[in-house]
Design a protein around this ligand. Structure first.
Ligand code: RI2
Length: 309
C-alpha cells in the first residue's frame, strides 16, 4: 500500500486502534524506504522525514504513532550511505513490528492473571490489548462474562462483540449511557489506551473517564492494558496530549445539523481519566500503578528530561 493510502486509511479510521495504526505506519515507512530511489544520503533522510511527517499528522492523539515512527527514524541519526540507511530503517521497522506483536501477547498473559474465575468484566471501545487479556482468561478456562459498550459515534463496540461472540464468551451489549446502570454487576473494568501521560492519566476512547468515575463510585477496579509505546514522553515537559475532535457528521448528519443553526455538534474522540481512577496499567514489561508512568518513559522509551534541553 502506498504511504498516502495508509495515511488516508488511518485518517478515515479504516485502520484504527492505537497499536494497529502504529504498526501500519511503520510498515508504510519501511515500504517507502524500500522503494526510495535516490542516491544522496541527505536526500534519503529528507524524504524519510517528509514521509514520517505525513504519517504522524494523520491522527493527533494516539502517541503510539509518533513513538513508533520515532523508533524507526532513529536509524537515520547517523549513517554513511543510502544503502546503509535503508537497511537500518528496514531492520528497525521489523524490530518494532515484532516487539509490538509480542507486546500484545505478553499483556494478554499478564492481564489474564488479574481476571478471576467467575468475573464479570466491562470493556469500552475496541482495544486489542484489553481484549487480549479477556480472551486469554477465557482460553485458560476461566468462566467470565463481559459487558461491552456500543461506542458512539463510530460503533467500535460491534467489532468487540463479534470477537467475543466468536470466542464463545457470554457478552452483554449495552449503550454507552447504560454503564452506571450495570456497574454494580461488574467486577472489573478493562480498557486500552491511546496515550498515557507522565502523571499516569490515561487518554482513551471518549466515555472512558465517565466509566472510570462510575467504577470508582462503585468500588470496581479499573485496569488499563497498554504497550509501553503508548506512554507520552513529551508530557514530561508539561506538554498536553491533543484530543482529536472529529467530523461533526459522525454524530449528526450534515443536513440535520444545517437545519439547526444555533447548535454546534462537538465530537471529541478521546477523554482523559485521571490516575486516581486507575488501579493498574498492564504493560508488556509488567503491571504498574499509574504513578510509575515516568519510569516507563525513562527506562523503556529511553527519554529523559535532558533530551529536551
Ligand atoms: P489498542 C482506540 O482508538 C480506542 O480508544 C482503544 O481503546 C485504543 O485505540 C487502544 O487500542 P480508535 O482508533 O491499541 O478506535 O489496544 O479511535 O488496539
Amino acid at each position: 500500500m502506498l504511504l498516502s493510502e495508509t495515511a488516508e486509511n488511518i485518517k478515515k479510521m479504516e485502520i484504527r486502534g492505537a497499536g494497529r495504526i502504529a504498526r501500519a505506519a511503520v510498515e508504510a515507512l519501511a515500504d517507502f524506504a524500500r522503494n526510495l530511489d535516490v542516491s544522496d544520503p541527505e536526500t534519503f533522510k529528507r524524504e524519510m522525514q517528509g514521509a514520517a511527517g505525513v504519517l504522524t499528522a494523520t491522527r493527533p492523539t494516539a502517541v503510539s504513532l509518533p513513538n513508533a515512527v520515532r523508533y524507526v527514524m532513529r536509524a537515520l541519526d547517523s549513517f554513511e550511505s543510502v544503502e546503509a540507511a535503508r537497511e537500518a530503517t528496514l531492520s528497525r521497522a521489523a524490530e518494532f513490528i515484532e516487539h509490538s506483536e509480542h507486546a500484545v501477547e505478553w499483556i494478554a498473559e499478564i492481564g489474564a492473571r488479574h481476571i478471576s474465575d467467575g468475573d464479570v468484566l466491562l470493556t469500552h471501545c475496541n482495544s486489542e490489548a484489553a481484549l487480549g487479556c479477556i480472551l486469554e482468561a477465557h482460553r485458560q478456562g476461566k468462566e467470565i462474562e463481559v459487558y461491552a459498550t456500543e461506542v458512539r459515534p463510530r460503533g467500535q463496540g460491534l467489532i468487540t462483540i463479534r470477537t467475543l461472540n466468536e470466542a464463545g464468551i457470554r457478552t452483554n451489549y449495552i449503550i454507552d449511557s447504560a454503564v452506571r446502570y450495570f456497574i454494580n454487576d461488574v467486577d472489573l473494568v478493562i480498557v486500552g489506551a491511546d496515550a498515557i501521560a507522565v502523571n499516569g492519566a490515561v487518554v482513551n476512547k471518549i466515555g472512558t473517564a465517565q466509566i472510570a468515575h462510575a467504577a470508582n463510585e462503585a468500588r470496581t477496579n479499573v485496569i488499563v492494558a497498554a504497550e509501553t509505546y503508548k506512554f507520552a514522553p513529551r508530557t514530561i515537559l508539561g506538554e498536553k496530549i491533543e484530543i482529536e475532535e472529529r467530523d461533526p457528521a459522525e454524530v449528526l448528519p450534515r443536513e440535520e445539523a444545517e437545519r439547526l443553526p444555533f447548535v454546534r455538534v462537538r465530537n471529541p474522540a478521546f477523554d482523559v481519566t485521571p490516575a486516581e481512577y486507575i488501579d493498574l496499567i498492564i504493560t508488556e514489561r509488567g503491571a504498574i500503578p499509574p504513578e510509575l508512568a515516568y519510569t516507563v518513559i525513562r527506562d523503556y522509551l529511553g527519554w529523559r528530561i535532558e533530551e529536551f534541553r
